[in-house]
Design a protein around this ligand. Structure first.
Ligand code: GLN
Length: 465
């Protein structure tokens, strides 16, 4: 098929499924068709030539909106492309649209979008996970092979697990954050969804690497990830922190992950015990650090510089207040308040400074574990996709969705979620593999081995073809 007809088909599928799934906030038909026609004729060899990719709506695109799922940025169009987008385009990809998300990437269910919840294509009464739910669903429903999401505490891995696709959070500094709208800058990282690890490897090879526009992007060589995918995994040491398989973990998820551990053993991996003793503090630490940074990052949305401004205000102060009151949703306001509180002078040492110390211990846990193994295996999330509305009145229950993922963001290490089975209700279960800094190639290799030998063997109810 020509690039043009492939992209046209992809756009038709996106439009057709969006009524039910709401995974795209904007489908860029004209832009994508023009781009496809251009690529068809450019005669260049490019690694992602003609590949349709969906991009989360908190990653800046000058050819489309960047709303962050928020009223306060509704219709906002940036003046520049994020570096990751710029590199995708340079590699010949076609960005077909911007995907729905929890407002400012705050959430675990995609119910916090100002533009409506995203539905899980395996069961539309359930959430797809969050905050990158739209990007996960665009891949799970077969509209695109790969998409960009963002991760602060699990927002790629957790929805990948709920939607039955592969999701990678790279090492902090692996992909430039230039043009990724900041939520919590010391944790944020662009992540990638793929139908397979190969899709992720191809996209990662294109977007990773040092960028002069992001001082936290690292000058670490970018391997050709696809070449390392199918190496033999015999002798790889996989660490299992059994102590984390306790309370709160759904029995079916535990069963599937235990089976996956046996499967890895049969594939030649060596299973070793590890302890991550401070992991139990990860949610508490995460919600102090993430909200503290968010309260500061979100101060820039004041009705002057970007997007929405409340009308009829008397004076500057009232304009600020009304813009933020009307522009932000409930969860964002909750986080700004929490973050402001933990940073306030009387509480800074008790909360923020303490959390930073525990963060160091969490990181040390991983470094200690990696003395004994090449990667650590856990469930990605404690449950399968839950019902829409089930946790909206209980923020703490919602926050616990990230119990297995947040520690990798706090430590800056990479993690991947791979489908490892279906529940008796036919819902996907994900296993997570976390590795050393810069070990994305190892994670993709381990994920690829699993996918090839133990494919999910089922498709969502709502999907292409
Ligand atoms: N669910 C977590 C939160 O609500 C993580 C979000 C993310 O990774 N962007 O903050």
């Amino acid at each position: 098929m020509s690039i043009l007809s492939t992209i046209e088909k992809c756009l038709d599928n996106a439009e057709q499924l969006n009524g039910e799934l709401n995974s795209f906030l904007k489908i860029e038909r004209n832009y994508a068709l023009n781009r496809a026609a251009e690529l068809e004729n450019n005669g260049e060899e490019q690694s992602l030539k003609g590949t349709a990719i969906a991009v989360k709506d908190n990653i800046c695109t000058k050819f489309s909106q960047t709303s962050c799922g928020s009223r306060i940025l509704g219709g906002y169009r940036p003046q520049y492309n994020a570096t990751a987008v710029e590199r995708l385009l340079k590699a010949g990809a076609v960005v077909v649209g911007k995907t729905n998300m929890d407002e400012f990437a705050m959430g675990s269910s995609n119910e916090n979008s100002a533009f409506g919840a995203v539905k899980n294509p395996w069961d539309v009464t359930r959430v797809p996970g969050g905050s990158s739910g739209g990007s996960a669903v665009a891949v799970a429903s077969g509209v695109v092979r790969a998409s960009l999401g963002s991760e602060t505490g699990g927002s790629v891995r957790q929805p990948a697990s709920f939607c039955g696709v592969v999701g990678l959070k790279p090492t902090y500094g692996r992909i430039s954050r230039f043009g990724l709208v900041a939520f919590a800058s010391s944790l944020d990282q662009i992540g990638i969804f793929g139908q397979t690890s190969k899709d992720i490897a191809d996209v990662l090879s294109a977007v990773a690497g040092r960028d002069k526009n992001d001082a936290t992007s690292a000058d670490v060589q970018v391997p050709n990830y696809a070449e390392e995918l199918s190496k033999d995994i015999t002798g790889k040491r996989i660490g299992v922190p059994r102590a984390l398989f306790g309370a709160g973990l759904d029995d079916e998820v535990r069963g599937a992950v235990e089976a996956a551990i046996d499967n890895y053993k049969n594939l030649g991996a060596e299973i070793v015990d590890v302890a991550l003793p401070h992991s139990k503090y990860s949610i508490a630490v995460y919600y102090i650090i993430a909200t503290a940074e968010a309260s500061s990052n979100l101060a820039r949305f004041d009705g002057v510089r970007y997007g929405f401004r409340a009308g009829d205000a008397h004076g500057l102060r009232e304009m600020y207040m009304r813009t933020r009151e009307e522009g932000f949703g409930a969860e964002v306001k909750r986080r700004i308040m929490l973050g402001t509180y933990v940073l306030s002078s009387g509480y800074y040492d008790a909360y923020y400074a303490k959390a930073q110390k525990v963060r160091t211990l969490l990181k040390q846990d991983f470094l200690d574990a990696f003395e004994r193994c090449d990667a650590v295996l856990t469930p990605t999330a404690p449950t399968v996709a839950f019902k829409i509305g089930e946790k909206t009145d209980d923020p703490l229950a919602m926050y616990l969705s990230d119990i297995y993922t947040a520690s990798a963001n706090l430590a800056g290490v990479p993690g991947i979620s791979v489908p490892c089975g279906l529940s008796k209700d036919g819902l996907p279960i994900g296993l997570q593999i976390v590795g050393r800094h810069w070990s994305e190639a190892t994670l993709l290799n381990l994920a690829n081995a699993y996918e090839n030998e133990f494919p999910l063997g089922a498709k969502p109810v709502f999907s292409v073809g």
